[in-house]
Design a protein around this ligand. Structure first.
Ligand SMILES: *Cc1c(COP(=O)(O)O)cnc(C)c1O
Length: 354
């Protein structure tokens, strides 16, 4: 069976998301960086009041209602905002609009695996530049590569570190291609300034999502902020009705309810500190994280074993079988109860204690 597909599609590997167990199964799910708390009550109220008429008609093609709400929250004009079917769709739109065979897509490694998948689909050239041990940005190499598209996830996954605005500014000012700053985890950081770069440089787009901070991964809603000159090309490439009417309405309520989101984030940050401390006590090396997950390296070099054994006990975490990561685990910060169950399971597996 061959020849149905373009050669690059034939050759590429599929993106492998974290396991998504069937609804209703009793599992502690700490593998996809979902928020452990429910979405905003205001968002759920909108869901309960969905009118069939909204479904009969096509939705507004640009997610206008959500753009207005996001504009107010972010303090940027609404025509500087593009809305996507998850931020993943926007990453795909950017690649399709800006990359092609013979052009380079560049990013530091390790990072979000989807950047590679999307680039392979487009048959563009991939240039992966390794982060140094301490996760400082390989700035000179990234500038020298001068990609048609450069991706920087900040905070990064799976390392959890933030790239400084200074470094991002240096990149933005020296690259002639598009700089994509993927801020999927921005809600969990202490400070953020990358939005200011959008105002300074027209080749910069900041991508955000409602999946993590707003507990809406199932809804599929993300957005990008960039100069309208850049957005204009991206609008040509997106699906005509990429934002469904329900996602738009629920997302609008969710982003408007900053008080609820901030309360959930505060709980997760407190749990992150506690979980990091507990794991360190079990001998794990833990990297500083400005996200809702921790990168953890077990002392005994048995990361894959622990991943498997936890899975058998109904606790899912993430294990990446790739160079530089295959001795580490990525653990989403859950509720204190979930984190405690994880720590107790690890104590058993590591045979620590009495
Ligand atoms: C989760 C994640 C995304 C995807 O977000 P969606 O809006 O759910 O598509 C994008 N980038 C990074 C780095 C992520 O971790």
């Amino acid at each position: 069976m061959t020849n149905y597909f373009r050669s690059n599609v034939d050759a590429m590997a599929s993106y492998v998301p974290g396991e998504q167990p069937q609804r209703g199964t009793q599992i502690i799910k700490l593998n996809s960086n979902e928020n452990p708390y429910p979405p905003s009550p205001a968002a759920l109220a909108v869901l309960r009041n969905i009118d069939g008429e909204w479904l009969r008609r096509y939705p507004e093609p640009f997610g206008g209602e959500f753009r207005q709400a996001a504009s107010k929250v972010l303090g940027v004009p609404s025509d500087w905002i593009i809305v996507g079917n998850g931020s993943d769709e926007l990453l795909s739109v950017i690649i399709r609009a800006c990359a092609e065979p013979g052009k380079k897509v560049v990013y530091p490694m390790p990072t979000y695996v989807l950047y590679r998948t999307l680039t392979e689909m487009q048959a563009a050239e991939i240039l992966e530049i390794p982060y140094s041990e301490d996760y400082s940005l390989p700035l000179e190499e990234l500038v020298a590569a001068n990609g048609a598209v450069t991706f920087i996830a900040s905070p990064n996954s799976p390392s959890g570190h933030v790239v400084t605005t200074d470094d991002l500014r240096k990149l933005a000012s020296q690259l002639s291609g598009v700089l994509v700053i993927d801020e999927a985890y921005i809600d969990f950081t202490e400070e953020n300034n990358a939005l200011t770069l959008v105002k300074e440089y027209e080749n910069v787009i900041v991508i955000r999502t409602l999946s993590k901070g707003y507990s809406l991964a199932g809804l599929r809603l993300g957005f990008g902020v960039a100069n309208p000159k850049l957005l204009q090309g991206l609008f040509k490439v997106k699906d005509s009705y990429n934002i469904d009417a329900i996602a738009c309405a629920i997302g609008t309520a969710a982003i408007t309810d900053q008080t609820y989101k901030n309360a959930c984030i505060a709980k997760i940050k407190a749990s992150r500190i506690k979980l990091a401390k507990d794991l360190k006590q079990l001998g794990f090396h833990i990297w500083d994280s400005q996200t809702n997950f921790l990168l953890a390296q077990p002392k005994e070099g048995n990361a894959e074993y622990l991943y498997q054994k936890l899975k058998e006990r109904g606790i899912l975490i993430r294990y990446f079988k790739q160079p530089g990561l295959d001795d580490k685990l990525r653990i989403t910060v859950g509720t204190d109860e979930q984190n405690q169950a994880l720590v107790e399971a690890l104590i058993c597996l590591l045979e620590i204690g009495d």
